[in-house]
Write a protein of this length. Sequence first.
Length: 74
Amino acid sequence: MEGDEIKFINPDKEVIIYCYTGMTSAYVNTFLNVLGYKTKGIKFGANALVYDALKNASKTVYKGPAGYPYVTGN
């Protein structure tokens, strides 16, 4: 059933939300926090998880906007 995925999130546990770049997961984290869920995101998303491996393999990589600040949560 589409749209009822939230029922699989345990509201008593902290949940890590991530997407490829971190942009979409930031919105999802905010939405879930407003609903009372305990969530955190991965800075730069899944891209941060594979950045070094891609760079070492001479693949095209992207890690954040050059020259622009980013905000991290506590």
